[in-house]
Design a protein around this ligand. Structure first.
Ligand SMILES: [Zn+2]
Length: 457
């Protein structure tokens, strides 16, 4: 019963030591961005505030960071300050031009040698679609390679930048999603600290309660319905577990749920949990073809009967992060699989109380991914590399030496140590879960990332 993230399946491909990226001339004016859409509610409390800019990039050269040839664009400016505290980039290619693509960030957009890898690229280069964000952590030195320092709490932005790299640039698109909700004072002043005990990071109390709107979509088709009763009340135990997790003082986000049902005949069973393509039966296809039922300012959660690629996957997020407020991309949503949550009940029946609690943990976990959180430790354990764990200082990690049964995986039972060896098994973002076990720990820094997401207001 794993809730592992499908995005982690690709190996590390890009090493900065291979960075022989030589480019012609810099000096890109800030006005180079063509503004297609800006939706801004200014800091009202009625919904998210985002500025969205989509561009079709121009290519100015090529390089081979991992043996494959990538076309790269000029460097585009990125703004991060206390009024624009978080930015996501979404790269999209057509389904059939199958190839790698990634953003490459710059600490100083006027200096090609200031490039760095973000947490997402430390583990994975996207195929046909990829998301990234800044910041991934309050202390960004933990999130990048090489370690750089990024502040989003000042009045003015550092001269950050990003360029876009495509193996087969054909009809490609890059989209910036910038949050325009000013940070609260305690979010500006928040400081992280190292995880030293089982209680690390759990004592934070944010002053203001925020809100996340959630659009729950029960998916039905020829395989039957995803759940016998399709209402908020029918899965109230699960939703209340999610609400309880997110209402903790280290998070303080109210979950505001609306429920709908949809007949989606290609997606009542998911055969392919990838988002590389939008083909029927794939997760990417589900997210890509359902903008008619999605809500742009909400987290769209698809409740699906089962997945058939692995069997037993509890849920998947379209991305880390998922593209906030953007519908109709291959990464626009999360999916949870009802039948993977069954231990006692039969397919087609309502879930038992304990099974619903696990569903609540899965909803919390996948929402965490969509809003920008990584697993505290990936399944192979912490060897000290960026890709082994989340980029946060205050979350516990599970060292590979905890793998007592030597199966090369750090199981839940192997990551429950106390102070010093406490290893994150009880954290919401542990990589696996099981019926009857609570994983509600959310640290202050995890809460800080969740609260800054453009969808949270
Ligand atoms: Zn996960």
């Amino acid at each position: 019963m794993r809730k592992y993230q499908i995005l982690i399946l690709f190996p590390i491909l890009l090493l900065l030591t291979d960075c022989v990226k030589s480019k012609a001339d810099a000096g890109v004016p800030d006005s180079v961005l063509s503004l297609l859409l800006v939706s801004s509610l200014l800091n009202s409390d009625s919904g998210p505030c985002t500025a969205i800019e989509s561009i079709q990039p121009n290519y100015i050269g090529a390089w081979s960071p991992n043996g494959n040839v990538y076309q790269f664009t000029e460097i585009h400016p990125v703004t991060l300050n206390r009024n624009r505290p978080m930015v996501q980039v979404v790269l999209e290619n057509t389904d059939y031009a199958f190839g790698g693509l990634f953003p490459f960030w710059y600490l100083d957009r006027n200096n090609y040698y200031s490039g760095f890898l973000n947490r997402d690229l430390a583990s994975y280069i996207g195929y046909n679609t990829h998301t990234s964000m800044l910041p991934y952590a309050k202390d960004t030195t933990y999130a990048t390679d090489p370690a750089v320092s990024i502040s989003n709490t000042r009045e003015f932005s550092q001269p950050l930048g990003v360029d876009f790299n495509f193996e087969f640039p054909f009809d490609v698109k890059a989209t910036f999603i910038n949050s325009c909700r000013e940070m609260d004072n305690d979010e500006v002043n928040f400081q992280t600290s190292d995880a030293l005990s089982s209680m690390s990071g759990l004592n934070q109390a944010w002053a203001k309660e925020k809100t996340l709107d959630v659009n729950l979509i029960f998916v039905n088709g020829s395989n039957g319905s995803s759940y016998p009763i399709q209402s908020e009340q029918a899965i109230e135990v699960a939703l209340n577990k999610w609400r309880e997790n997110f209402s903790q003082s280290s998070v303080r986000i109210k979950i505001n749920v609306s429920v709908t049902s949809a007949d989606l005949y290609d997606y009542d069973m998911i055969f392919d949990l990838g988002t590389d393509t939008g083909y029927p039966g794939s997760l990417g296809g589900l997210f890509k073809t359902t903008s008619f039922i999605g809500k742009p300012n909400a987290l769209n959660v698809f409740i699906v009967k089962e997945e058939l690629q692995y069997g037993g996957v509890l849920g998947v997020s379209g991305g880390i992060p998922g593209p906030a407020t953007l519908l109709g991309t291959r990464q626009s949503g999360v999916a949870v699989f009802v039948d993977s949550h069954r231990l006692y009940s039969n397919s087609g029946d309502v879930l038992t109380y304990d099974e619903q609690l696990l569903l609540g943990e899965t909803l919390s976990h996948e929402a965490g991914h969509f809003l920008g959180l990584w697993h505290v430790t990936e399944a192979n354990g912490d060897y000290g590399f960026i890709a082994d764990k989340d980029p946060l200082r205050d979350t516990p990690t599970c060292h590979f030496s905890n793998d007592i049964n030597l199966d090369s995986i750090v199981d839940l039972s192997e990551c429950l140590g106390g102070s010093g060896t406490n290893s994150g098994g009880k954290n919401m973002m542990f990589w696996s879960g099981t019926v009857g076990f609570t994983q509600g720990d959310i640290t202050a820094e995890q809460g800080w990332i969740l609260r800054l997401n453009p969808l949270v207001y």
